[in-house]
Write a protein that binds this ligand. Structure first.
Ligand code: GTP
Ligand code: MG
Length: 404
């Protein structure tokens, strides 16, 4: 089974090192790669560390920071994992929203010597907001605190309290050291007092249910080849077959799928995640979403969303641009229902007039027709970015008009 995992946590708490450890101990990294990274590291006169497996791009080495999300795959005894590393600092929250969106499980890394820091809470909040139901905590860098049971328990108690406010109860906590390899892939010899499972065994015990979703094909571009109308895009959910009659929204065009092509090859069907071209008998528009008439996509002009503001202020009545999948539309902040503390998840204020940087809010949006879906149902169409000259916020769709 394939499981998507996102690793989150405060800057420098050891996310990249932990992923490096998983890859190394599962023997997923070949010699060549280790050597290549070691060489790079030497050039910058840095000690060889696992973090370089991931933070191995030139600029990142100089900055000693992960600057973009990095996906890696590895196999355990049981599952195939796709792991996303997310940058720790707050200006990259937007990347995180993108990186985390396909995840089944989140692993929150907290350094034992520093405990809960600003982004620990904020990332837990974002993980909750993204609808990721399974969360594990690794209390990392246990080697620095002499593998102390007391430090582990104190941190766990504080963390449990914080996580409960986001609705995460009975979260597994794993004391580990990504650097020394304790309890990540192999059981630790240093913490006999811990009788729980290693991180990999905890992950291997996860069961993920995947429900069959309606077809949603997002149009990226359209063009004509020899009088054929080709529509290029990605299947974000469901399955598309040659011969299907499909409906495109918001343009409200019904068309027939004559061919599905990938690099000159014809396919009979396409599934979630496939980037394809389809030949149809009608003109459609970039930004449209196509589905089957039985469970069609619906273009809305109002929806309820939860957003985190990454920059400046947002007031009721403000007009911004909303980007969802490949569609960009004008939208208006109709009403701010609640202001939410993004570190604790608590409602700070009802009906506030405005929200500021780093605050989250429950917002009623009104917009030009756009296909959005509840995030919990079709995440790819349930996540949006707010733009005013640059990205100022990101959020998820909680309810659309038809569901209100
Ligand atoms: P960003 O990508 O910048 O958010 O950081 P990160 O969370 O990916 O941390 P990274 O893995 O780069 O580790 C930060 C520093 O902590 C590095 O110097 C690591 O070698 C060190 N480190 C990571 N894990 C451990 C650990 O278990 N024990 C000790 N002693 N050091 C660790
Ligand atoms: Mg990193």
């Amino acid at each position: 089974m394939k499981i998507n995992v996102v690793i989150v946590g405060h800057v420098d708490h050891g996310k990249s090192t932990l992923i490096g450890r998983l890859l190394y101990d599962s023997e997923s990294i070949n010699e060549g790669r280790v050597e290549e990274i070691q060489k790079l590291a030497e050039e910058y006169k840095r000690r060889f560390e696992f973090a370089y497996f991931l933070d191995s791009f030139d600029d990142e080495l100089k900055e000693e920071r992960t600057i973009d999300t990095t996906g890696v795959m590895f196999k355990s005894r049981k599952n195939l994992y796709s792991i996303t590393d997310v940058p720790g600092h707050k200006e990259f929250i937007k990347n995180m929203l993108t990186g985390a969106s396909h995840s089944d499980v989140a692993v929150l890394v907290v350094a034992a010597n520093e405990g809960i820091q600003e982004q620990t809470g904020r990332h837990a909040f974002l993980v909750h907001m993204l609808g990721i139901k399974k969360l594990f905590v690794v209390i990392n860098k246990m080697d620095i605190v002499d593998y102390s049971k007391k430090v582990f328990q104190d941190t766990r108690n504080k963390m449990s309290h914080l996580l409960a406010s986001f609705g995460y109860h009975d979260v597994p906590f794993i004391p580990g050291s990504a650097m020394e390899g304790d309890n990540i892939y192999k059981p630790s010899q240093h913490m006999k007092w811990y009788n729980g499972t290693t991180l990999i065994d905890t992950l291997d015990n996860v069961s993920v249910e995947r429900v069959v979703k309606p077809l949603r094909f997002v149009v990226q571009d359209t063009y004509s080849v020899d009088s054929e109308k080709v529509v290029v895009g990605r299947v974000e959910s469901g399955t598309l077959h040659v011969g299907d009659e499909v409906i495109f929204q918001p343009s409200n065009v019904i068309a027939k799928v004559q061919k599905i092509v990938v690099y000159q090859h014809d396919l009979a069907e396409a599934n979630r995640g496939d980037s394809i071209g389809i030949v149809v008998n009608k003109e459609v528009e970039r930004g449209d979403v196509c589905g089957l008439p039985k469970l069609p996509p619906i273009a809305v002009t109002e929806f309820l969303g939860e957003a985190v503001l990454l920059d400046k202020k947002l007031q009721e009545g403000d007009e911004v641009e909303l980007r969802c999948a490949t569609r960009w539309v004008k939208c208006r902040i109709q009403r701010i229902r609640e202001k939410i503390n993004s570190e604790t998840g608590e409602v700070i204020e009802n009906n506030p007039a405005e929200i500021s940087e780093n605050e989250a809010a429950l917002i009623e949006f009104s917009c030009e027709p756009v296909v959005v879906e509840k995030f919990s149902e079709i995440p790819e169409l349930g996540r949006f970015v707010l733009v005013r000259n640059k990205n100022i916020g990101a959020g998820i769709v909680l309810e659309t008009t038809s569901q209100k």
